[in-house]
Design a protein around this ligand. Structure first.
Ligand code: NDP
Ligand code: MG
Length: 398
């Protein structure tokens, strides 16, 4: 069997690095064809030294000269691409059979959609793309025959617990509900008053998972679970009412599927993204991932609690967006991206994140049910503008 060509989009991030670590363990099975980052030129060139890809790309085109000179110093001569469209070009290369979509945020949508349209095995970590334009991604995959594999640990767990032959986007036969587990983030036991003074550093120090800064903040506000609920509704063809969020602090049960006969199937494992990554790459086969095997006696107990939407209103906002449908999930996603960036930059308090999202959703007006990419991108742009106005209002008030 010849090695499978893979493009890792967002290779310098947390998912990107974990992906490369899995690939490193299976050199004959996979060949890294392309690597892409936004701005971390140094790490990108180190990765290129190790994996010798045919293509290297940097989304921030101003860094192209620096990338070229570092590649030259390293004695490497891959094809070099730059700019915001580079990810889409890599996603459709004929020598790429598998795309790891690990860019963070709305910026990952065009390349995720391109990979779905080009019939690739599409390993999706980029949940924002599914939240914004899930039906489009699924429809493109259906037309081209692309295989979508969820990387998000919860969705990967659910996928593993589904009945054989289940098709993504369609309600699986015999399934009553899915249960999405959530660690609860670093502030799960904090009072509402204490939450007001949270710093970006505290928000990025997750008790269980080590992740990029944006998803770390999303985990702290529980917006991550909200986005995941929208992602699950889409991938598994279920209404929001059939998805229950359960706080499970040990992060050992990654999610569960409840069947009509009362059976509940769960996927368990050490909290390490290399398991879902290896699963998605190798499915329907299995391959080693390098994770520590689960020692249930050491875990000793598994706790489950209801989430508190009073202290964490982002979860309720996501349920509202899912129920509203149309472009509302994309609107929520855009407002959240703007608010998280402002929080990380020290311009917005922690409680300002749900406040901004709620204000943008309230100001949105009637839904036009945007389905086409252009309409979704227009909704994204307008929601960002509204979020900017809301931030200015909050700054003026402070
Ligand atoms: P990181 O911030 O660690 O990495 C993001 C990657 O995307 C980096 O390689 C970054 O490049 C690149 N990137 C950022 N912006 C752009 C852009 N505009 N154009 C092109 N590339 C860009 O994020 P994570 O790896 O944590 O998360 C990636 C995605 O996976 C997110 O959607 C997240 O929700 C999802 N996910 C992550 C999990 C995790 O454990 N980390 C778990 C489940 C889902 P550079 O380094 O140069 O900035
Ligand atoms: Mg997750």
């Amino acid at each position: 069997m010849s090695a499978q060509g893979i493009a890792v989009l967002g290779s310098t991030g947390s998912i990107g690095e974990n992906t490369l670590d899995v690939l490193r363990q299976h050199p004959g099975r996979y060949r890294v064809v392309a690597l892409l980052a936004r701005s971390n030129v140094r790490r990108l060139v180190e990765q290129a030294r190790e994996f010798r890809p045919d293509y290297i790309a940097i989304a921030d085109a101003t860094l192209l000269p620096q990338l070229r000179s570092l590649l030259q110093q390293a004695g490497l001569a891959p094809q070099v691409l730059a700019g915001p469209r580079a990810a889409e070009e890599l996603a459709v290369l004929p020598e790429v059979q598998c795309v790891m979509a690990a860019i963070v945020g709305a910026a990952g949508l065009p390349s995720t959609l391109a990979a779905a349209g080009a019939g690739k095995r599409l390993c999706i970590a980029n949940k924002e793309a599914l939240v914004m334009a899930g039906p489009l991604v699924l429809a493109a995959a259906r037309r081209s025959g692309a295989l979508i594999m969820p990387i998000d640990s919860e969705h990967n767990a659910i996928f593993q617990c589904l009945p054989a032959g289940a098709r993504l986007g369609e309600a699986p036969a015999g399934v009553r509900r899915v249960l999405l587990t959530a660690s609860g983030g670093p502030f799960r036991d904090w009072s509402a008053a204490a939450l007001e003074n949270v710093t970006p550093q505290q928000a990025c120090a997750h008790p269980v998972w080590s992740m990029g800064r944006k998803i770390s903040v999303d985990s702290a506000t529980l917006m991550n679970k909200g986005l995941e609920m929208i992602e699950a509704a889409l991938l598994f063809g279920l209404p929001a009412g059939r998805i229950e969020v359960v706080i499970h602090r040990q992060s050992v049960v990654h999610s569960l599927v409840e069947y009509v006969d009362g059976s509940v199937l769960a996927q368990l494992g050490s909290p390490d993204m290399r398991t879902p990554i290896a699963h998605a790459l190798a499915w329907p086969e299995r391959m080693a991932s390098g994770v520590q095997f689960l020692d249930l006696l050491r875990v000793a107990r598994l706790d489950f609690e209801a989430p508190d939407t009073g202290r964490f209103p982002c979860l309720a906002l996501a349920v509202e967006a899912a129920r509203a449908g149309g472009e509302m999930p994309a609107v929520l996603n855009a407002a959240n991206e703007v608010a998280v960036e402002a929080f990380l930059a020290g311009r917005l308090g922690f409680g300002g994140i749900p406040e901004t999202c709620a204000a943008v959703m309230n100001a949105w007006g009637s839904l036009n049910g945007a389905r086409e990419l252009d309409a979704i991108l227009a909704a994204d742009a307008r929601a960002r503008a509204l979020a900017g106005e809301e931030l200015a209002r909050q700054e003026a008030k402070a």
